[in-house]
Design a protein around this ligand. Structure first.
Ligand code: SF4
Length: 52
């Protein structure tokens, strides 16, 4: 919290989007500046699970 407002630590945020889906006031929106981020994230998951 900073000055009574929640902030996201960009260095720790994984971009999972849970906060966007859960916020009842639609106060947060997730955008990805790096268009290859999703592909990189999926590739990292595929070592542990089957991604379909
Ligand atoms: S996108 Fe995920 S990791 Fe980032 S702030 Fe929201 S819930 Fe936390």
């Amino acid at each position: 919290m900073v000055d009574g407002k929640a902030i996201v630590d960009q260095d720790k945020c994984l971009g999972c989007g849970r906060c966007e889906r859960k916020c009842p006031n639609e106060a947060i929106t997730i955008t990805l500046d790096n268009s290859s981020y999703v592909d990189e994230l999926i590739a990292s998951f595929e070592a542990y699970v089957d991604v379909i």
